[in-house]
Ligand binder design. Structure first.
Ligand code: GTP
Ligand code: MG
Length: 324
């Protein structure tokens, strides 16, 4: 019951609402901020414990995402070695995310299959939105995301959009070019494909690449190696001492940007999180930061530690009390 601006004045009126027979009325006032805590308590009572279930599960989770018909389900089938996921050549067969457990070299992996994201013009908006939500949910649950591209079709803007979902969430990313058996190749083909895809996915230069065939099984065990590597990189921690050595050296090699006579100063860097590896840099003034210098620092860190397949996140903090 909203607008109960005074419990003293209107408190008794609330009982009338029991007549509705839909449980206890909870008086609140949004304007006077009354009763909101009680309302929240009531809401929180109904929270389940479903979330912790997956948090306790430390098996690697890999989401397979991509446009319709690129071969996502086929990849999982090939990995599994038995037909447990429905495969068909009609675009949009997989409507729901499906979890498949696969044991490889004694490690248990959970693969999450998703429905392909369609371009808006092709299907009803509703279905499009549903597929996006499914993909987003799968990506959020995953440690590593395999973005599948159809070698026959080549890379498209839609692929970039799908890859962007994983990139924005800081997931480990592997770009798998599937149906590699179906195209004609010479010794330049892999190079040309890689260049084209890197151009289209230029926002994630760190992504790992693999050229596979779900049909013939080409490089499927290599895929597991990549998944393991990317997962390790997602959780890699760099010691603060080493980080600051790299930072000091980087600053000495290339001056930080300045504006109106004031120069960006970097005092200290430390890694505060993994998945994705996240670094806090203490500086004098946030206004002076520039993405190109952040990228420069990122490249220095990558030169030293690789971090292949994972994005890195940088957070700037102004350090007060320091002379500027
Ligand atoms: N030649 C070739 N065909 C493939 C390969 N992988 C999948 N296909 C074919 O591509 C079609 C689509 O495969 P699916 O695995 O159903 O594709 P999907 O990405 O799961 O499709 P949706 O679930 O509808 O989004 C099928 O006809 C497969 O046989 C491959 O590596 N080579
Ligand atoms: Mg499928």
């Amino acid at each position: 019951m909203n607008k109960v601006d005074s419990f003293q004045k209107f408190g008794n009126d609330v009982y009338e609402f029991y007549n509705l027979g839909i449980g206890d009325p909870i008086p609140v006032s949004a304007a006077s901020r009354l009763g909101l805590g009680d309302l929240l308590d009531e809401v929180a009572k109904h929270f389940g414990t479903f979330q912790s279930e997956e948090e306790d599960d430390d098996r690697p989770r890999i989401a397979i995402v991509g446009k319709p018909n690129v071969g996502k389900s086929s990849i999982i089938n090939q990995l599994l070695g038995e037909n447990r996921v429905i495969v068909s050549n009609i675009a949009g067969t997989t409507r729901d995310a499906v979890d498949t457990e696969i044991v490889h070299n004694g490690t248990e992996y959970v693969f999450i299959d998703t429905a392909g994201l369609r371009r808006k013009s092709k299907i009803k908006e509703e279905l499009e939105r549903y597929s996006i939500i499914r993909t987003v949910t799968a990506v959020e649950r995953a440690d590593v995301v395999v973005v599948v591209i159809d070698a026959e079709e080549g890379v498209t803007e839609q692929d970039a959009k799908i890859a962007g979902i994983a990139h924005e969430r800081g997931k480990g990313i592997i770009v798998a070019v599937n149906k590699w058996d179906a195209i004609e190749k010479n010794d330049k083909t892999i190079y040309e494909y890689t260049k084209k895809i890197k151009d289209t996915l230029s926002f994630m230069p760190y992504a790992e690449f693999i050229f596979i065939s779900a049909k013939t099984g080409q490089r499927m065990s290599k895929l597991f190696e990549l998944i393991d590597m990317v997962r390790e990189n997602q959780t890699l921690r760099v010691a603060t001492g080493v980080l600051n050595e790299i930072m000091t050296e980087a600053v000495a090699l290339q001056q930080p940007p300045s504006d109106k006579g004031k120069r960006l100063r970097l005092y200290y860097m430390t890694q505060v999180a993994v998945k994705p590896p996240t670094f806090v840099i203490f500086i004098n003034d946030k206004e002076l930061t520039h993405f190109s210098y952040t990228r420069y620092l990122e490249n220095k860190i990558r030169d030293a530690f690789g971090f292949k397949g994972t994005s890195l996140k940088f957070i700037y903090r102004e350090r007060s009390g320091k002379e500027q």
